[in-house]
Ligand binder design. Structure first.
Ligand code: VGL
Ligand code: ZN
Length: 240
């Protein structure tokens, strides 16, 4: 007969064995290689605290992105880069308020506060980003009558930013997406990356969302359906 102490000891071992290693310490199992690229989406002052379209907790992505970026030899950043009076601004449509929608020739457009106007401080990348090896900055949303959440294709669904060609020319096969905002520019970028034939990972804790009328849950559902992999920064192997 086992006594109480032996039973507890046996249970303890089983419980530990079933937890280890995934729950006891993070298993950093994904190792980016030279066919992998990190896409850092719109980490710009307008989307950070004090900005005109501040994303809740947006500043928290910066240290996470700085850490994982060390695992990547290829890093591309994006910059939302609108004209003054851009079609995506509520202020450009009389009687409309931010977060309302309108129908444009290319489909439904959410209207935003004025943000990321070309050359302004709000459009600058966060000064706290520390990714010296980043090799390309893609600007998007610079056609006055067309928005571009995606780093690959403008909202008309056909005008290319050139990013897919660039990545393919550099023999990139896997892209990791991080930044702001999860449910708009990150999600649209991830979905278009799948359409362009890349293997796609979104690093959840390296992103924050706007969540306008259920947009965050919908974005994750759309991404899952498209085969986008949802991972955490701890899943990525970063050497010290
Ligand atoms: C974004 C709304 C408008 C984003 C850009 O970066 O997610 N969202 N423009
Ligand atoms: Zn924008």
């Amino acid at each position: 007969m086992l006594d109480r102490r032996q039973i507890l000891a046996a249970l303890g071992t089983t419980a530990l064995a079933s937890l280890a290693p995934s729950a006891l310490f993070a298993a950093a199992t994904i190792k980016p290689d030279n066919t992998s690229a990190l896409l850092v989406i719109d980490v710009q002052n307008c989307f950070l605290p004090g900005g005109s379209l501040a994303v809740k907790e947006g500043e928290q992505v910066v240290p996470v992105i700085n850490r994982i970026a060390k695992a990547f030899s290829n890093v591309v950043m994006t910059q939302d880069w609108h004209t003054p009076g851009h079609v995506s601004f509520a202020s450009a449509h009389s009687g409309k308020k931010p977060f309302e929608t309108i129908d444009l020739p290319y489909g439904k457009q959410v209207l935003w506060p004025d943000h990321c106007v070309q050359g302004t401080d709000g459009a600058s990348l966060s000064k706290d980003l520390s990714i010296p090896q980043a090799e390309l900055i893609i600007r998007k949303g610079f056609h006055k009558d067309v928005d571009s959440y995606s780093a690959f294709l403008e909202a008309d669904g056909k005008t290319s930013t050139g990013l897919a060609g660039y990545l393919k020319g550099r023999k990139i096969k896997r892209v990791f997406v991080a930044g702001l905002a999860t449910d708009f520019c990150v999600a649209w970028t991830a979905l278009d990356a799948r359409k362009a034939g890349f293997e796609v990972y979104v690093v959840e804790d390296a992103c924050r969302g706007i969540d306008n009328q259920g947009s965050l849950a919908k974005a994750w559902a759309d991404m899952a359906k498209a085969g986008v992999k949802r991972i955490q920064s701890a899943d990525i192997a970063v050497s010290a």
